[in-house]
Design a protein around this ligand. Structure first.
Ligand SMILES: [Zn+2]
Length: 303
């Protein structure tokens, strides 16, 4: 027993020794601060061990409303490159991000490099929240792997110019993986009858997914591109009618969805309420697992 304890003690010393030396080795690398966890997973896949990737908004916190502390602001100011989603996703961070740009911190805005989706006619709930207007730009770009490919292409260029990092090889590998993921989801969606491809979500978060895979956006509990908008009784009444008219099979709730409201709509319409992870990375931290879980949960529950 004593021997075991002693061995463990030695191991602990060795681990501690390794840990104290590793930050020195990492210091020579550039630091990329990514605002949002799902985007951070993609950036990590792209740069591998060539840079330190730090995610600012803790995974599981609502990116629409999260606000930085003084320490977070300091981290942003010290970044070699900031990667942000853009289109107002980082609502509580917006002012800080504008200031860091003014101070000359290099910034990559993912949404500048994609085909931006705009809110379409008849989408969502009539008389919805202020930003749920036809033509409003949708920030939820990560729900489509092919849009992520556009982000990767833009980031490869900027990593070269701003940080002198050449990640062309990793980018090619990542591109192939994203194509495979897209094909996988297409195959999965094909198992779902077309008339069942109808989405009701916590807020209007699955527009890119819907556009890519042929789903109809019936409505959202919070009729907005953010989880932080007001919900009116008239909106909820309109949503209930839409759910019944469209014979929607499930109501998907997300981070920031008021659970009592979701449950009430479910009970009143007789439609099941299912939790869906649209803004949180799974335990393995992988974008690919995130998208597979997302697609599988949607398809299993709409069958
Ligand atoms: Zn959202």
């Amino acid at each position: 027993m004593k021997k075991v304890v002693f061995t463990l003690f030695i191991c602990a010393i060795l681990i501690a020794a390794c840990q104290t030396t590793s930050p020195v080795a990492q210091d020579s690398k550039k630091t990329i601060v990514v605002t949002y966890s799902v985007l951070g997973a993609v950036v990590t896949d792209l740069v591998g061990a060539d840079a330190n990737v730090v995610v600012l908004i803790p995974n599981g916190q609502d990116p629409h409303e999260w606000e930085p502390s003084a320490k977070d602001i300091e981290m942003l100011n010290k970044a070699d490159l900031i990667v942000q989603n853009g289109l107002g996703l980082e609502g509580g961070l917006q002012k800080t991000l504008s200031l860091t740009v003014q101070q000359g911190v290099k910034t990559f805005i993912a949404s500048d490099h994609i085909t931006v989706r705009k809110v379409g006619q008849g989408e969502g709930v009539p008389n919805g929240g202020a930003d749920q207007l036809v033509g409003a730009a949708d920030p939820h770009l990560w729900t489509d792997p092919l849009t992520i490919k556009q982000v990767v292409a833009g980031l490869v260029e900027q990593l070269k110019t701003d940080l002198g990092l050449d990640v062309t090889t990793q980018a090619q590998y990542l591109d192939n993986q994203l194509d495979s993921l897209n094909n996988e989801i297409i195959t999965l969606v094909a198992t779902l009858p077309e008339s069942n491809r109808k989405l009701v979500t916590g807020h209007d978060s699955l527009g890119y997914f819907a556009a890519r895979y042929g789903f109809k956006l019936v409505g959202a509990i919070v009729p907005s591109l953010t989880s932080q908008a007001e919900v009116s009784a008239a909106d909820l009444a309109a949503l209930k009618t839409l759910i019944q008219e469209n014979q929607v099979k499930a109501i998907f709730t997300e981070l920031g969805t008021p659970p009592a409201i979701a449950q009430a709509i479910g009970t009143e319409t007789g439609v099941k309420v299912v939790q869906l992870s649209t803004h949180i990375l799974p335990a393995d931290g992988s974008y690919f697992t995130f998208m597979r879980n997302l697609a599988q949960t949607i398809i299993e529950n709409l069958k």
